[in-house]
Ligand binder design. Structure first.
Ligand code: ADP
Length: 551
């Protein structure tokens, strides 16, 4: 810890809250610039909406959401329309203030005309979301899952998921929402910070009882009831990868602004907390992403009125220590050097090579994680599996890394709890990365390093270089498009520090151009066609410039 500042450069910097040190020119930092802003409720909802517009089926794991106050009338109109088309639909909505956490300011409503909604939205921006009324219950209680995800690198994209997480329980038996029980937070909200104040909260030293348990204990229970936990894991992996794909465009804009390419700077990684709810049919639903998940491994206990003591929490310790330890192992700057001297092991062997002692649950869990790649990787024979398990017991450490040739410092450590899911499953998801490519165009035309918004000249240059204007779409029309969209986005009060067109506004303009040019196709095809056209024309222009440069 450097409470009074730091002088010497470090290999790894571990910041408590966010990326804030402008004085780092090398090494690795545990926060990405702009992550906190990118996962705020409103920004996340917007990013998910963009992806859902492109890929409605792939992004149906995020509840339908509206942003308040700007979309209040849209919310009212859409709910009315859905009710008209399905009179038996009796929805409930959850209102969450933007930037809130720990359940702060959250409430449920049955009707968009609820006075609490219309009365409060002008004072605080919020997201109103369809409430998932039929969650999976365990012991009659609602619970959610906190999963830890390591974003190891943005470019190239590398994602790891912790093999175990936490399940946080409500403290009152669940009932579907009615006007009578809407306000009962201990029944509807799973936040630890709220439920800890309920008289029913149970601190348990065991991983499979009490108000906070390991996720693996829940899976074990589901598995014993015959549930398909393999499919559940594969759905969770998809949810995580798709969510990060939705977040990367915005993160890349922040990244180039804080750590411009070509200048000395650190690389970044970050542990994210994914909050996931399971529906009765085991479909995972994303609730939110936390940029700064709590890594506390103790809880406060009131010994006598007003006197508190920190008590170890074995469940937190089991999950969180492994996540931090293995994040450091993966980011270890010495690792690359050691790795370079290893013999490469084929990917499926790496994966199976270090199982430790898989029990019944372990086996099904691994199969679940491997489910996505089952068509890709041939299944090993039992003999091969046995042989590799033997190897693991002799001290191989990391499932994603080649075993150490000579017993290194990792030999004494347990196998990695972090499982690589990207680029491992990249080929299943790469087609979703369209907005990433739109963001690459945006960044290319930003011009001045350190900015996050595109000026009118940059937008004109983009249109000109990609040859998108013609007799039907004059440069005057281009300027009007720029002004219209930019003004609307800037009036939403997101970021007034800089003037110009933000990434989301550029994405909207790009979609608009794509729809105009390629009529009567699904949106994702229109966007893909325009992207290919732009990329092709820019490559040709770049080629010409190189030739001119040589000449
Ligand atoms: P916060 O950041 O304040 O914790 P969350 O989005 O995590 O906000 O919501 C708090 C809690 O409310 C969640 O842990 C979950 O129990 C419940 N919740 C949130 N959104 C929904 C939803 N769409 N359907 C059902 N329950 C939800």
């Amino acid at each position: 810890q450097f409470p009074f500042g730091r002088r010497l450069p470090c290999d790894i910097y571990w910041h408590g809250v966010s990326f804030h040190d402008n004085n780092i020119f090398s090494g690795q930092v545990n926060k990405f610039p702009g992550m906190t802003e990118t996962v705020r409720k409103i920004t996340l909802s917007r990013a998910m909406r963009t992806m859902r517009d492109l890929f409605p089926l792939e992004y149906n794991f995020y509840p339908r959401s509206w942003i308040l106050p700007e979309e209040l009338s849209l919310f009212v109109a859409e709910v009315r329309m859905m009710k008209d088309s399905n009179p038996s639909w009796k929805p409930t909505f959850i209102v969450k203030p933007d930037g809130g956490c720990q359940g702060d300011g959250i409430y449920l409503i049955k009707d968009p005309s609820d006075i609490r909604l219309t009365g409060s939205i002008q004072s605080r921006a919020a997201v109103v979301q369809e409430y998932i009324c039929k969650p999976l219950l365990v012991d009659k209680l609602k619970f959610d899952i906190r999963l830890y995800v390591l974003l190891k690198s943005l470019e190239p994209l590398e994602i790891y998921i912790a093999k175990d997480g936490l399940s946080r329980f409500c403290t009152e038996p669940y009932q579907e929402p009615t006007l009578k029980n809407l306000h009962q937070v201990f029944m509807h909200l799973t936040n630890y910070s709220l439920n800890i104040h309920s008289g029913n909260f149970i601190h348990s030293d065991s991983a499979n009882t009490g108000s906070k348990r390991t996720f693996s204990s829940i899976l074990c229970r589901l598995s014993s009831r015959g549930a398909d936990v393999k499919k559940l894991w594969s759905d969770i992996i998809s949810l995580v990868i798709k969510t990060i794909i939705a977040l990367t465009p915005e993160l890349k804009v922040y990244y180039q602004s804080d750590i411009p390419a070509g200048k000395p700077g650190p690389t970044c990684f970050q542990i994210l907390g994914f909050d996931i709810l399971l529906m009765k049919d085991l479909k995972p639903i994303l609730l939110e992403v936390n940029a700064n998940p709590s890594m506390r491994i103790e809880h406060e206990q009131e010994l006598s009125p007003g006197v508190f003591e920190n008590v170890p929490s074995p469940v937190d310790e089991k999950v969180k220590v492994a996540v931090i330890r293995d994040t450091l192992r993966l980011m270890d700057p010495q690792k690359k050097k050691r790795k370079d001297s290893h013999v490469t092991v084929p990917p499926q062997e790496q994966w199976l090579g270090v199982r430790g002692h898989p029990g019944l649950w372990e086996v099904s869990r691994w199969q679940g994680l491997d489910g996505l790649s089952s068509e890709v990787a041939p299944k090993p024979t039992r003999a091969a599996l046995f042989c590799r398990c033997q190897c693991s017991e002799q001290g191989a450490a990391a499932s994603e890394e080649p075993p150490d040739a000579a017993p290194g410092p990792e030999a004494a450590l347990p196998s990695l709890c972090l499982k690589q899911v990207f680029p491992k499953y990249a080929r299943h998801f790469s087609y979703l990365r369209l907005v990433d490519r739109v963001a690459a165009l945006f960044i290319r035309f930003l011009g001045v390093k350190g900015t996050t918004k595109l000026g009118p000249t940059g937008f004109r240059t983009f249109i000109r270089n990609c040859k998108l204007s013609n007799s039907n779409f004059s440069m005057a029309a281009v300027d009007i498009l720029y002004i219209d969209i930019t003004r609307r986005w800037n009036s939403m009060g997101i970021d007034h520090k800089e003037s110009g067109m933000c990434l989301q506004a550029f994405v909207e303009a790009f979609f608009c151009l794509a729809q105009r040019k390629y009529k009567a196709q699904p949106l994702h095809k229109q966007v893909l066609s325009l992207l290919e056209l732009c990329e092709c024309r820019l490559a040709a222009l770049h080629g010409k410039r190189l030739v001119w440069g040589c000449g």
